[in-house]
Design a protein around this ligand. Structure first.
Ligand code: UDX
Length: 444
């Protein structure tokens, strides 16, 4: 089939590339000409393991093309995936201006049957708005063509995006017409060979499913973070509690790791958007509000420990920060706990040397320029270099190279009485003491 994917962010680029990999002809469209020029040179806007090689060979074999012109892509396409951003507006609701602009452009050029697929995470009711936007353009042009709008939310995780797309747990399709359902089944046939994983439901149900999946996972995390806070006060090690409850198959081991809060482009945004949707229906989502509030507090957890240890004035104190990305395996720093901690440390007068295996370029672009002046924040190329003359280490992202560091070398580099503030419970408290560190974990 000939497919068009609009939006070359995480979801769009992975979707387009994986469909090309399955033999379809895919054109990826983006309004950002610089992004398109780069993609045509093989330069990707995101870091995702394995994606660059897949883009390269599919482009070379003529199955994957990039353009900034949607009308040009539409000449040879019958299926349109809308995968543009839905950033949170001021009130937390998802901003649909990009989705609806794409819908209008499709309507302005459509001349035969098309399947329009909402891939972006969009509030319940968006497919109806997309349909209306296309309809109104068609009406304006006085053109009558049939089209379907379906919801097909994406559940991929950054860092594991290709695998998640190629081997999905399920494919959710919200569709009303048989024609659209048949087309979606045909499109995803190669991804569901071993057993049928395609779940067909109402359009609004599919839109809601995406939010609820993310909100449920965020709830597990915030719940465990709350439990960790409690364990801290009660002399209980939350890591033992975690394995103790995870072994119950009804609870499971995943997404119950306490830490310094969830970040990324999805959980914070989607929980806020769902709260907003509830508000629009005069409903108070007490659980979701608590999930969100707990997460905000949790991002300040390490700083609370630091302040309790050193007092409120940190002038003259030096910190090493390990991990800037919101999680390992990505260079994405959106809503990362590292940003909250950096601000708190710098506001309290401390200086910080920070290191991340992948996110250094993103950090240079994203963090406030004034932090880099007068040595308050220095980005270093090596995890040990960050420790030079530091009072303490704060670990915020659980990258593998941080797992088994050389503690002797660390102690030699650091100031006397070094402390470790471990925001992801990577080390064993009992070993830390004998290694000569004051150790703080989360809930231990
Ligand atoms: C998430 C969903 O997993 C994915 O299905 C959806 O499509 C997009 O949102 P992603 O944002 O890439 O994916 O990251 P994920 O691996 O889910 O982690 C999210 C955040 O939760 C990270 O900040 C991570 O550190 C944190 N987390 C995760 C915890 O604090 N504890 C856990 O036990 C698991």
């Amino acid at each position: 089939m000939n497919l068009t994917v609009i939006g070359t962010g995480y979801v769009g680029l992975v979707t387009g590339t994986c469909f090309a990999e399955m033999g379809h002809h895919v054109t990826c469209v983006d309004v950002d000409q610089r992004k398109i020029d780069n993609l045509n040179k093989g330069i990707l806007p995101i870091y995702e393991p394995g994606l660059d090689a897949m883009v390269e060979h599919n482009a070379r074999d003529g199955r994957l093309a990039f353009t900034s012109s949607l009308p040009e892509a539409m000449r040879s396409s019958d299926v349109y995936f809308i995968a543009v951003g839905t950033p949170p507006g001021e009130d937390g609701s998802a901003d649909l201006q990009y989705v609806l602009a794409v819908a209008r452009e499709i309507g302005a050029h459509l001349d035969r049957y098309a399947l329009v697929v909402d891939k972006s995470t969009v509030p319940v009711g968006t497919a109806e708005q997309v349909r209306a936007a296309i309809d109104s353009e068609l009406e304006h042009r006085n053109v009558r063509v049939d089209f379907d709008v379906v919801s097909n939310p994406e559940f991929l995780k950054e860092g594991a995006a290709i695998n998640d797309f190629m081997k999905p747990d399920r494919i959710v399709v919200g569709a009303e017409s048989e024609r659209a359902i048949d087309l979606m089944r045909a499109l995803y046939a190669d991804f569901t060979r071993s057993h049928d994983r395609l779940l067909v439901m109402g359009v609004r149900d599919a839109e809601m499913t995406k939010y609820v999946a993310n909100a449920m996972l965020a709830t597990k995390i915030s719940f465990m973070n709350e439990v960790a806070n409690l364990c801290d006060r009660m002399g209980v090690d939350v890591e033992n509690v975690r394995t103790g409850i995870g072994s119950d198959s009804r609870i499971g081991y995943s997404f119950i790791y306490p830490g310094c809060g969830y970040g990324g482009s999805c959980f914070p945004k989607d929980v806020k958007a769902l709260i907003r949707m509830a508000g629009n229906h005069d409903f108070v989502p007490a659980v979701l509000e608590a999930v969100e509030a707990r997460n905000e507090q949790q991002k300040g957890y390490l700083f609370e420990k630091i302040r309790a240890h050193y007092g409120p004035d940190l002038s003259g104190r030096r910190f090493a920060l390990w991990g800037l990305a919101f999680k390992p395996g990505t260079d994405d720093m959106r809503e990362a706990a590292s940003k909250v901690l950096l601000r708190q440390l710098i506001d309290a007068g401390a200086s910080v040397r920070a290191y991340d295996p992948i996110a250094m370029d993103v950090a240079r672009d994203e963090l406030p320029a004034e932090w880099f002046g007068d040595g308050r924040l220095t980005l270093v190329d090596n995890q040990y270099d960050a420790l030079r003359d530091a009072d303490a280490l704060a670990l915020v992202t659980e990258w593998k190279p941080f797992r088994h560091p050389d503690f002797d070398a660390m102690r030699r580099l650091m100031r006397p009485d070094p402390a470790i503030f471990d925001g992801r419970n990577q080390y064993q408290p009992e070993n830390m003491q004998s290694d000569g560190f004051v150790y703080y974990g989360v809930g231990r």
